[in-house]
Design a protein around this ligand. Structure first.
Ligand SMILES: Cc1cc2nc3c(=O)[nH]c(=O)nc-3n(C[C@H](O)[C@H](O)[C@H](O)COP(=O)(O)OP(=O)(O)OC[C@H]3O[C@@H](n4cnc5c(N)ncnc54)[C@H](O)[C@@H]3O)c2cc1C
Length: 469
């Protein structure tokens, strides 16, 4: 993996010019043959047209790009995969880190250094070779750094906490081009802000994370017919307070698209799904799921022992670039009215549904026990996290999906706590709801940090944290 050669603490004033000959990566301009490929994010709902794109090879390339942007008064956007689009990088210098995929695992200390562009799949593969696991989420295709900066809630969350809580250090390039090491001991204010506050304070070139011994889990899905949705949700509500931290689970209302690539027993059908991952004694995990099997046999039973390296099979998120409208909210309860609203708006009533799935994840556990003031991440006390996804191949369908989801959110009314999880916020909504992602104190502190680290708001394409005046 590419190492930072030397961390420089001086603000860069003399940019090497021209940019293309001073970096090891590539510079791509509008009209170049690779421009469209390089500018296209994973989430195809967003269409961005950067002024130029730097395909970074290492931290020095990123520092040179930031310097160039300062000289030309351009905003800087940084993306690994384009899974988490907040503001499209229009008219910006877009740094793509997708080639910086190095991962170095230290099995003795159970830690790993992860470069900015590594997807969770890269980290998972390297860690599982030593019987270790990172705290990835539902999709190994997501960028490890972007996910961690937003908090990071995955299938081991109740047992091992947020990914951000397991971040031990970051190497960064600041908005004025300095390369710094950031940890609990060095630049501790920035360390606080990067753990949950997103990537608007500095550009991370690599991060050091803690890994956990996890090899085989008891995981999967129980699919019940859609007609049972209200009963499944009522039972789920009663079940989760009884669960140990080893079990992280969710209840999902799912419409399987009628596409030939879908397995025949699922194609075109709707289900209420109990989904989860138990880390620990496999028999104890099986016993928890056997309760459901005894209650009502599912139409399809896909729960069982699973190598954690295969944990993508739990959610089966799409890998290929996809046009998706995504939103979410913390819920304060999943009472009958909330279950009714989710069912009515997600499952088909008189026509095809716009929503592919609504998922309520059960969090709490180690996430709630994390140090409240120790990181910027908000909403530690919240236990129920709603995520809603709709596939939107055209702008018209995207508009219709947003209206439909807005009506669902209105119907959910008081079941919403008023707080959001910023990793599930995208586009305009991510701007409008930014303050709801944090406690008022943390949001204020993030804005102070923004004033200190990026007063000109050059890094303005991630979480919309504006510098305090
Ligand atoms: C299919 C899917 C499944 C998901 N599952 C989960 C899940 O289970 N749990 C969960 O918590 N989240 C989940 N997410 C949300 C995901 O964590 C966020 O969208 C995250 O921001 C994606 O990071 P990325 O680098 O892949 O995306 P990108 O779009 O490349 O980056 C997103 C943002 O992260 C910041 N960023 C990225 N790299 C850097 C860097 N090197 N330095 C500074 N800032 C940076 C930037 O602000 C950027 O705008 C999921 C998203 C999708 C689309």
């Amino acid at each position: 993996m590419t190492q930072l050669r030397e961390l420089t603490e001086e603000a860069r004033t003399d940019c090497p010019a021209p940019l293309e000959s001073s970096i090891k990566g590539a510079v791509i301009y509008p009209g170049d043959p690779d421009y469209d490929t390089a500018r296209t994010p994973w989430n195809l709902v967003f269409d961005q047209h950067p002024e130029l794109i730097v395909i970074a090879h290492d931290a020095d390339d990123i520092a040179a790009a930031v310097c160039y942007a300062a000289e030309h008064d351009l905003g800087v956007s940084v993306q690994a995969t384009g899974h988490g689009m907040r503001t499209p990088a229009d008219d910006a210098l877009l740094i793509r880190t997708s080639q910086m995929t190095g991962v170095e695992v230290d099995p003795v200390t159970q830690t790993a250094w992860v470069e900015a562009g590594a997807k969770w799949a890269h980290v998972l593969e390297a860690a599982q070779a030593h019987g270790l696991a990172p705290l990835l989420g539902s999709s190994p295709d997501v960028g490890a750094v972007g996910y961690t900066l937003g908090g990071g809630i995955g299938w081991l969350a109740r047992k091992h906490g947020l990914a951000a809580d397991s971040a031990l250090a970051f190497d960064v390039v600041t908005a004025d081009g300095r390369q710094l090491h950031v940890s609990e001991q060095e630049q501790s204010d920035l360390f606080w802000g990067l753990r949950g506050g997103g990537g608007s304070l500095a550009i991370v070139t690599r991060m050091k994370i803690r890994l956990y011994p996890v090899t085989t889990v008891y995981a999967g899905n129980l699919l019940y017919p859609a007609e049972m949705a209200r009963d499944v949700m009522a039972r789920y509500r009663d079940w989760i307070p009884t669960l140990p931290d080893e079990m992280t689970s969710s209840v999902v209302l799912l419409n399987v698209p009628p596409l030939p690539i879908m397995p025949e027993p699922l194609r075109g059908k709707s289900f209420a799904v109990v989904r989860g991952c138990y880390t620990g004694d496999l028999e104890a995990g099986a016993a928890l799921i056997d309760d459901w099997r005894r209650w009502q046999p599912p139409a399809i039973d896909m729960f069982g022992p699973m190598p954690f390296s295969q944990s993508a099979a739990i959610s089966q998120d799409p890998e290929d670039p996809t046009p998706a409208v995504v939103t979410g909210a913390w819920l304060s309860n999943l009472d009958e009215a909330a279950s009714e609203a989710l069912t009515r708006f997600t499952l088909p009533q008189d026509g095809p549904p716009l929503i592919v799935f609504s998922e309520v994840r059960h969090i709490g556990g180690a996430v709630s026990r994390g140090d409240v003031g120790g990181a910027a991440y908000g909403s530690r006390d919240a236990e129920l996290l709603l995520e809603v996804v709709s596939i939107a191949p055209t702008p018209e369908i995207a508009g219709a999906a947003r209206s439909h989801i807005a009506a669902m959110m209105a119907a959910l009314g008081p079941a919403q706590s008023g707080k959001v999880y910023m990793n599930f916020m995208e586009g305009q909504e991510a701007h409008e709801r930014i303050a709801d992602g944090f406690s008022p104190e943390s949001f204020q502190r993030l804005r102070q940090l923004k004033r200190a680290w990026d007063p000109g708001n050059r890094l303005r394409y991630g979480f919309a944290i504006t510098p305090l005046p």
